[in-house]
Design a protein around this ligand. Structure first.
Ligand code: ZN
Length: 356
């Protein structure tokens, strides 16, 4: 979600309306040394052995451990096809798990990055990234390396899980250091929009570019892989956003972004999302230091920020108006999980040059 402030009550409702309009055996981690910090990640099997499950208050969603337990099944089932690795460590020292997925029988021609949960409340994102990973495991697009990071902000996500288990519906947006990771990248940190003088909070960034280990981990991965395409999943809105986020000008590759957006729209069942340049979401909006601008400007990656869902808060259900978790996450995420996974599949098979 692109707004910055904690929404409450009527404000949340208005925001909703506004946006609505618009293997254990043989499985080895490829790299266990995190890009950041001295603490090595545990080997994948040791990590998996510690995963737990149990009842929780959001049965439509998988908790962090449940997501990874399900991924562990395909790692075991398709050895060599899904390869876990750690791309870094969080502020609190947790490994950030990534998964490379490809058909080992075909040489790699194209690469794409699919990641979620920069923002800890936006759980629909991890549902989609995990489902897309499971789909790749079953049938990888030939010649395409897909790299999945279901949960980037691991500390934030764990905190929200603890909140839910204790009945605490807190608004949370940052990592363990309280930094919004999606204002921590290098590109377009200084807005030229005149509106920055009127509503300065809308144009704020982190203290310094790549100040946080989580954003450095994604940057290091992107620098190593030079992805052709990146899809960063958020909630909510129902949009395929392309750069720029931090400046009004059109990107030089706009026609290609629009074509890729339409490709994803056409693959979606039901009511498709809309393709738009992020800074054109609203006349006053600029997103400074965001991931899509960074990946596009620095690595020439066709980077999309995808706002899943149209919120779980409804004008017709007043009791939902001040629910932070529900603002981003409908009770049943399956329609949007299907829409998001369809978009990933369309993009991957487009890169493969084959019908999906
Ligand atoms: Zn977000």
């Amino acid at each position: 979600m692109i707004r910055l402030d904690a929404p409450r009550g009527l404000f949340a409702l208005l925001a909703t309306i506004a946006v609505a309009l618009s293997s254990l055996t043989g499985a080895r981690a490829e790299a266990v040394q995190p890009a950041d910090g001295p603490t090595p990640a545990p080997p994948w099997p040791a990590f998996v052995a510690e995963l737990s499950s149990g009842a929780h208050p959001e049965p439509g969603y998988r908790f962090y451990d449940e997501l990874h337990a399900q991924i562990a099944e395909v790692v075991e089932l398709y050895p060599g096809r899904v390869r876990p690795f750690s791309l870094g460590a969080t502020v609190q020292g947790a490994p950030i798990w990534g998964f490379r997925c490809s058909d080992p029988m075909t040489p790699i021609q194209k690469t794409m990055l699919v990641f979620g949960a920069i923002h800890p409340l936006e759980w629909a994102s991890s549902e989609v990234v995990t489902d897309a990973l499971l789909a790749c495991a079953r049938r990888p697009p030939p010649g395409v390396l897909m790299v999945f990071v279901p949960v980037l902000n691991v500390d934030g996500r764990r905190t929200v899980e603890n909140d839910l288990m204790s009945g605490n519906d807190r608004y949370r947006r940052g990592n363990a250091a309280g930094v919004d990771l999606n204002r921590d990248f290098t590109s377009n940190r200084e807005s030229k929009a005149i509106w920055r003088h009127i509503i300065p909070s809308r144009y704020s960034t982190s203290p310094a570019p790549l100040s946080q280990p989580e954003s450095r981990a994604i940057d290091a991965l992107a620098a190593a892989e030079r992805f052709d395409v990146a899809m960063s999943f958020h909630a909510f809105g129902g949009y395929f956003y392309y750069p720029w986020a931090g400046r009004w000008e059109r990107p030089k590759d706009r026609a290609e972004f629009v074509a890729l957006g339409h490709l994803m729209e056409e693959a979606q069942p039901g009511r498709p999302y809309r393709t738009q340049q992020l800074s054109h979401w609203a006349f006053f909006f600029r997103g400074c230091g965001m991931e899509l601008d960074h990946l596009y400007e620095r690595y020439d990656t066709r980077a999309f920020l995808i706002e899943l869902t149209r919120s779980g808060v409804s004008p017709w259900r007043p009791w939902t108006w001040d629910q932070h978790f529900r603002l981003y996450n409908p009770v049943d995420p399956s329609p949007d999980a299907a829409s998001g996974a369809a978009a990933v599949r369309a993009m991957a098979w487009h890169l493969a040059g084959a019908p999906g």
